[in-house]
Write a protein that binds this ligand. Structure first.
Ligand code: AMP
Ligand code: ZN
Length: 463
């Protein structure tokens, strides 16, 4: 199997990826809080995770992936109260929208999408274990994790906790806990949404859901955990503390975090109001594949400043790749022998593509290998007509890499009777029987297929 390196936030260096079980990867992604539509900053994280997921499969691994849905927190509760509906009624709309947005950006589905509200009993039993082992305590009906009981606290964020113990984080509302003991369970006062459980009446804190749900579906130790850099502290640091304190085992082997999507140098976020949802951009006429391309091509650990100008450039690049794919498809029925040089180019491009992604998902380098390849093939096409068998190989390569990049739309293939007519017409043209060639052109036109003769062969479009 290909040797893959990932930058592990835990060790702050690139490490060779070795899964616990040969050929299998278990991966957890912190998913959306479903109180509103996700913005494209969130989607930068989900696109990075999608590339990771797709590349691991491309490299031959079987991936089991969990993405949680945070459907209980201050914001979903506030929304449900505002609209006078149940929590489920309120979040359902945004869960549906999230799945639609995922499809639109060609994000692969996780194996499981567990919802916090459906895993209360798993969280309660984890909290009970933490109390029994002396890592958690009760105060006014709420239950807190005792940070001083877990000496490893801080190993992910590499923070200086002497200072942080008295500092507030400035993150979103559900992260308001201070960097001292954090809430595992919040006693309910006047809220309408609560659960009556063995540990009292209340609702879970945010962090516990990810420990409970990841371990339920992936085991006590699993391979990869991902999120945006804002998740490192306190969320992921707390996940490690809760999970390792409860099991006594290492929670996760590789932690991968993406840098933020910025607007004018600031993190795109709901609270700053400097955000676009996917829907905003589609309404402005942008194409999903351009948005996906823009979000995936800057290295995931480098901040990416969003501008509409860069989105337009990304769209043009995708159009350029698509046009290349289409032109080569039109050559699929060409006669002629294979060209060894094309095979060599394909091998070099495949190796370059995999090599770049194996080095901590270097997508911009991987794409530059693809552009180099397209350029070389275009040069051949200018000199000679490529054969159908070469076109087939090139298409095979593009479709293979599209399993990772997912920005090329497949081109419709014509039924055999039409393909045969096009071939017959090409033969007629070679024999200078233009009357027959024109008759065939008209016959196809009657079926809504318009022909155009190009240096790459005859291309067709639907009327
Ligand atoms: P949230 O719904 O706020 O929990 O965020 C969901 C995911 O989006 C998390 O992995 C965050 O780290 C990530 N995220 C939020 N804002 C941005 C941003 N501007 N750029 C990149 N990732 C982000
Ligand atoms: Zn999480």
């Amino acid at each position: 199997m290909t040797r893959i390196l990932f930058f592990n936030t835990l060790s702050r260096q690139k490490e060779e990826f070795r899964p616990i079980e040969d050929g299998v990867v278990k991966m957890y992604t912190c998913g959306p809080t479903v109180y509103d539509y996700a913005h494209i900053g969130n989607f930068r994280a989900y696109v990075f995770e999608d590339i990771l997921h797709r590349f691991l499969e491309y490299a031959g691994y079987r991936v089991t992936r969990v993405m949680n849905i945070t459907d209980i927190d201050d914001k979903t509760i506030a929304g449900a109260i505002r609209e006078g509906v149940s929590l489920n009624q309120y979040t359902e709309k945004y869960i549906k929208a999230f799945f639609e947005d995922m499809d639109c950006l060609k994000l692969k589905k996780a194996t499981y999408f567990p919802r916090a509200t459906q895993h209360i009993s798993e969280m309660v039993s984890l909290i009970k274990t933490l109390i029994e082992k002396g890592h958690a305590y009760e105060k006014n009906g709420s239950i807190y994790f005792k940070i001083s009981s877990f000496p490893g606290y801080g190993k992910l964020s590499h923070y200086d906790f002497e200072n942080l113990l008295t500092t507030n984080t400035d993150a979103d509302e559900y992260e308001k806990d201070q960097a001292r003991d954090f809430a595992l369970w919040k006693a309910t006062k006047d809220e309408p949404f609560f659960w009556d459980t063995e540990i009292g009446r209340g609702r879970p804190g945010w962090h516990i859901e990810c420990s409970a749900m990841s371990m339920k579906y992936l085991g006590e130790t699993f391979d990869i955990h991902t999120g945006g850099v804002d998740n490192i502290f306190p969320h992921h640091e707390n996940e490690i503390a809760q999970s390792e304190a409860a099991t006594g085992k290492k929670f996760v082997n590789y932690w991968l975090h993406c840098a933020h999507l910025l607007v004018d140098g600031e993190k795109m976020s709901k609270s700053k109001g400097n955000f676009y949802t996917l829907r905003d951009l589609l309404k402005k006429g942008y194409h999903p594949s351009g948005i996906r391309y823009l979000l995936m091509t800057t290295h995931y650990r480098d901040p990416l400043n969003f501008t509409e100008q860069s989105l337009k450039q990304a769209e043009n690049t995708v159009k350029h790749i698509q046009a290349f794919y289409q032109r080569i498809s039109f050559a699929l029925n060409n006669e002629g022998n294979s060209n060894q040089v094309i095979e060599k180019y394909i091998n070099e491009a495949s190796e370059g593509f995999v090599g770049a992604l194996s080095d901590d998902l270097n997508m911009s380098l991987a794409m530059s290998e693809v552009f180099k390849f397209m350029h070389s093939v275009n040069e051949i096409c200018e000199r000679t007509k490529i054969s159908g068998s070469d076109a087939k190989r090139i298409i095979g390569f593009l479709e293979k890499i599209n399993e990772v990049i997912a920005v090329i739309e497949s081109v419709e293939t014509l039924p055999d009777e039409f393909v045969n007519l096009i071939k017959k017409r090409e033969q007629a043209r070679r024999e200078k029987n233009f009357a027959l060639a024109d008759r065939i052109r008209s016959t196809l036109a009657e079926s809504g297929i318009i022909l155009e003769d190009t240096p790459y062969g005859t291309r067709w479009i639907r009327k």
